[in-house]
Design a protein around this ligand. Structure first.
Ligand code: DQA
Length: 140
C-alpha cells in the first residue's frame, strides 16, 4: 500500500465557500471521501495549513517516508523560495497541483517557484487535479 501525503496551503480550507466560480462548490473534506473510496490501494493522509512554516515542517516530516506528496501550496506557489528549497531537500517525489488553470488567470499566477523542483504539475482540472496527481503514483 503506497502512502501519499496531500498538503494544502493557504485558503484551501475554504474550498466550497471560497470563490465557487473558480474553485467549485465542494468542500475538500467531501472530495477527500470520494478520492479515498476511488483509490483503496492508496493510504491518503491530508494536511492543510495557512502558514508557510507549517507546510515546510510537513514536507520535512513526511518527505523521507511517504511514497508521494501532492502539494497545492496556494498563493505560496508564486512567492515561496523556502517551500521550493524544502521540496529540493526531501527525497519523496512531489506533484504540484492547482484547481484552477493558473495560466489563464492573472500574470502573477503564471510563475511557480515550485514547478522546477517538482516531479510534475497538474493544473486546471478543478478538484479532479488531485485525483489525476494520485493516479500518477499508480502508473509505473
Ligand atoms: C490555486 C491557485 C493559486 O494561484 C491561488 O493562490 C490558490 C489556489 C489553485 O489551486 O488553483 O490559492 O493554487
Amino acid at each position: 500500500m503506497k502512502r501519499i501525503q496531500i498538503i494544502n496551503g493557504p485558503n484551501l480550507n475554504l474550498l466550497g465557500k471560497r470563490e465557487p466560480g473558480i474553485y467549485g462548490h465542494q468542500s475538500f473534506e467531501d472530495y477527500l471521501k470520494e478520492v479515498r473510496a476511488a483509490f483503496p490501494e492508496l493510504e491518503i493522509a491530508c494536511f492543510q495549513s495557512n502558514s508557510e512554516g507549517a507546510i515546510i515542517d510537513k514536507l520535512h516530516e513526511t518527505g523521507f517516508s511517504a511514497d508521494g506528496i501532492v502539494l497545492n501550496a496556494g498563493a505560496y506557489t508564486h512567492t515561496s523560495v523556502a517551500i521550493a528549497d524544502a521540496i529540493s531537500a526531501i527525497t519523496t517525489p512531489v506533484i504540484e497541483v492547482h484547481i484552477s488553470n493558473v495560466f489563464s488567470r492573472e500574470p502573477f499566477r503564471h510563475h511557480s517557484w515550485l514547478s522546477p523542483v517538482c516531479k510534475g504539475c497538474i493544473v486546471g482540472f478543478g478538484l479532479e487535479s488531485y485525483r489525476l496527481a494520485l493516479l500518477s503514483f499508480l502508473v509505473p
